[in-house]
Write a protein that binds this ligand. Sequence first.
Ligand code: UGA
Length: 444
Amino acid sequence: MKLCVFGAGYVGLVAAACFAESGNSVTAVDVDTRKIEGLKNGIVPIYEPGLKELVLRNQSEGRLCFTTDVPDAVANALICFIAVGTPPGEDGSADLQYVLEVARSIGRSMSGYRIIVDKSTVPVGTADRVRAAVQEELDRRGAAFEFDVVSNPEFLKEGAAIDDFMKPDRVVIGTDNVRTAEIMKELYEPFMRKNNRMIVMDIRSAEMTKYAANAMLATRISFMNQIANLCERMGADVAAVREGIGSDSRIGYDFLFPGPGYGGSCFPKDVKALIRTAEECRYDFLLLKAVEEVNERQKEILAEKLIRILGSPDEEQPLTGRTVACWGLAFKPRTDDMREAPSLTIIERLLAAGATVRAHDPEALKEAKKLFGERIEYSSNQYDILAGADALVIITDWNEYRTPDFDRIKATLKQPLVVDGRNLYKPDRMKSAGFRYIPLGRSG
Ligand code: UGA
């Protein structure tokens, strides 16, 4: 099939490359000339395992091309995907200006039947607005082409996006047209396996499914973070509790790991947007408001522990003269993405408390430098930042940190204090190795 994908960002680029890989002819369109010129020359602007190889292969085999020229992209495409950003507006609601601008540009350029697919995360009711925007442009041109609007939300996880796209748990297709549903099913057929499902539903339910999925996952994390905080106070072990509750098939084990709070470009934004959508319908989504508040507090917890252990209580800046080494800045492993990362709050809090902060991350140092500049020290060697530091705090669960050289950590730190926000190590082993080990939701 011939497709075009608007937005060569994270979702758009992954979708374009994966659809090309399954044999379709795909044009990716973006207004950012530099980005498109880069892509034409094989420069992939985001770090995502496997993406670069996929882009280069499909480009060289002629199935994937890049352009800034909308009419050119829309001219031959049966299906036009909208995968542009929906950043939060000041009130937390999703800003639809880019989605609607793309819809208008499709309306200005289309020359026959088109299926227009919302892949961006958009609030319930957006498909109607996309339809109206396209129709308005057609009316302006005096053109009478048919088109359908589909909601096809994306459930990719950063760091595992290619795999998630190629082997999805499910594909959700929101449409009110049987013929369109069949075309969409055909498009996704190559990605379907025995255990995954293609779910066709009405458009509004598909739009809501995306927010409900992310809000549910965020709720599980905030819930588990509070259970962890309570475990700490009660002498229980959150890892055992997770095993205990996860074995109930109604609950399951996934997404029950406590941590320094969820971050990234999706959960914080989508939770906010759903609260806002509810407000617009005069519905108070109390539970999600609490999920968000719990998450904000959770981001403070690692810094608070360090201040409690290392701080001079009488000082205005209790960590003056102290140095803290941070392992992990990205909001999660296998990405350089620092959007809403818990490390931002933790490091700001440590700096405000007067600490010297040093940081290591396998991928995100460049991003971090844009945000913190000279205010913190960086190293691409995870052990170098430990020299003379009063504590090591683990913020992101990169594989590099799972089985480190403990002797080297102990020999390099000024004192063997490890505050672990991801419960990477066995408390008894850390104790017998001579560490003061402070995990989350369990005794050290
Ligand atoms: C999330 C969803 O998992 C995807 O299904 C969805 O498609 C995507 O948002 C989106 O809307 O585009 P992502 O933001 O890439 O994906 O990252 P996750 O792996 O879900 O992690 C989000 C945050 O939750 C991270 O900060 C992570 O550390 C935290 N987390 C995750 C926990 O604290 N505990 C857990 O048990 C799991």
